[in-house]
Structure formats: structure tokens, C-alpha cells
Design a protein around this ligand. Structure first.
Ligand SMILES: [Zn+2]
Length: 287
């Protein structure tokens, strides 16, 4: 059975319980991360996972609430590795390759000063050896690739497909992803307004994690209904796609409040026949 760990179920607005987007999927003996928003690495450890467990990372888009912990994750994963782990593979719309290179490249990378120190400083070398590593310590190595809609990658027992999500183009490209496996099918909308491409991607999936910023009635009145989903937008997409379960994520501060949450779930259940999960951070979903 595939498992989804909800690490980040919030938005760019920090709250005590939610901040940014990130999910980890355990499927077919491999571990995949979708997005890497604020404090992802720390939440991952709180969830009982470890940075070196993750061999694949897929970005939906490069807003900070989806990628700001990327340098922290890259450096932690590298620092905790003993040189026997798989090379991390990272996929996402532009500028995934540039961002990775800008963070790590030896000449002028924003965090090159950190890893170069740990590679060369004797006490850092000793820590590495004590963890089971050997010297000389290797610099971080990451295979990053800019991707567009279509089949993106096949793992041992899963494959992942992307489609265009409608968010903040033309400033940034956004993708939604679908993972198919014998253990189930999972869709991650990323940030999007209701759109046919994401409905087509999600058709018949076991679960769709869909962004849900706020109560649709509020969004329709305050001008926030475009380029993102609210309660009714998420429900309509889930109903049209016929997904078995709708997991609400990327939930804004208003909708998480007591009373607002129950009203929102009620509105969703009026428009969507499947199961609804109002996802909290550190929730584990068995698909
Ligand atoms: Zn977002």
C-alpha cells in the first residue's frame, strides 16, 4: 500500500499549524517528495523520515512556499550521506536546473562555502568518517532536470506524469503530477485554478491532493478566486475527475479556523460524492 506523508499543508502565510507545501510518498519501495516548502526537512524528521530516504523530488512550481527549504534539504541529505546513497534526482518546471546549480556549483554557488568547508575541514571529515563515510569526502551531486507536461519518469514500480496547471503563467510555469503504481494512483494539483488539464490528469485516481485556499464564497467576493482553487473549485474538479478521495491541502489561514472549516467541508460534500480529507501537517494517508 502506498503512503502519503503530509509535511506541508499550508500556504505562503505562516500559521502555527501550517506553512507551505510538501508531501512525501512511499511507493514500490521508493520514496518520492513533491515540493519542498518551508521547514520541509524538519517536518520530514518529525514524520519519522530521514533526508537520505528521499531519492526523487518533483517541484510543481517555484514559489517559495513550495521550494524554499530546497537548499536545506539538499545540504542535509548530502551531509548525512556516507557516499553509498543513490544520487538525488530532481524534476520540475524551469528554473529547477538553474536553481540547483546556483545553490551548489563549486564556483560561486550560494552554499558552496558550506560544503567546501565540510569537505576540507578536519573535524568535519572526522564526523563524516564516524558516520560511516570515507575520505576524501565527495561534493554534493544532484541530477536536476527541467521538465514539461507528459511522462516525466518511471521508478521501479511507479511512473509519474505531469500536466500544465493554471496558476501564475507567464511569470512561472506550474505543473500538476500523477503517480501511477500497482499500489494506487495519486494526484498532486500543486497550485492551480480549476482547469480541464488537471481534471483529465486526475481521472479515476484513488486520491487527489488539491490546493484549497479559502471558502469559495469569500474568494468570489474578494477577488481571490482566479488562478487558484477554493472549496467549490476543488470539489468540482474532484467530482468531474471521479477521484475516490479528495485531500484538501494548501489551506489558507481563514479556512483552517473552527467553524470556517466545517462550513467549507459541508460545501465540498454538497458538490462531491467521494471521501474528503482536510489534511493536517504530519498526517499519514494510506492510499
Ligand atoms: Zn503555493
Amino acid at each position: 500500500m502506498a503512503r502519503i506523508h503530509i509535511l506541508g499543508a499550508g500556504t505562503p502565510t505562516p500559521t502555527p499549524d501550517r506553512f507551505g507545501s510538501s508531501y512525501v510518498v512511499e511507493v514500490g519501495g521508493e520514496t518520492i517528495m513533491i515540493d519542498c516548502g518551508p521547514a520541509t526537512t524538519h517536518k520530514m524528521v518529525q514524520a519519522g523520515l530521514w533526508p537520505t530516504d528521499v531519492d526523487y523530488l518533483f517541484f510543481t512550481h517555484h514559489h517559495f512556499d513550495h521550494d524554499v527549504d530546497y537548499p536545506c534539504f539538499l545540504l542535509s541529505r548530502w551531509d548525512q550521506s556516507v557516499g553509498k546513497e543513490n544520487i538525488l534526482r530532481v524534476f520540475g518546471p524551469k528554473p529547477t536546473e538553474k536553481l540547483t546549480d546556483d545553490l551548489l556549483r563549486e564556483d560561486g554557488g550560494l552554499f558552496a562555502h558550506d560544503w567546501k568547508t565540510r569537505v576540507n575541514n578536519p573535524s568535519s571529515q572526522q564526523l563524516h568518517v564516524n558516520r560511516g563515510g570515507t575520505l576524501p569526502r565527495k561534493p554534493p551531486e544532484v541530477l536536476a532536470k527541467d521538465v514539461s507536461p507528459g511522462k516525466v519518469f518511471s521508478g521501479m514500480h511507479w511512473e509519474i506524469t505531469a500536466t500544465e496547471a493554471e496558476h501564475v503563467q507567464p511569470y512561472l510555469d506550474s505543473l500538476a503530477y500523477r503517480i501511477d503504481s500497482p499500489e494506487g494512483s495519486m494526484v498532486f494539483t500543486g497550485d492551480t485554478q480549476p482547469c480541464d488539464s488537471v481534471v483529465a490528469l486526475a481521472r479515476g485516481a484513488d486520491i487527489m491532493l488539491c490546493m484549497c485556499w479559502d471558502d469559495q464564497d469569500i474568494m468570489d467576493n474578494n477577488g481571490e478566486a482566479s488562478r487558484q482553487c477554493g472549496t467549490r473549485g476543488a470539489a468540482d474538479m474532484a467530482q468531474q475527475a471521479g477521484v475516490k478521495t479528495l485531500g484538501l491541502v494548501h489551506i489558507g489561514p481563514n479556512l483552517s479556523r473552527p467553524g470556517k472549516k466545517e462550513k467549507g467541508i459541508g460545501d465540498i460534500k454538497a458538490a462531491y460524492e467521494g471521501d474528503v480529507i482536510f489534511a493536517d501537517e504530519l498526517l499519514v494517508i494510506n492510499v
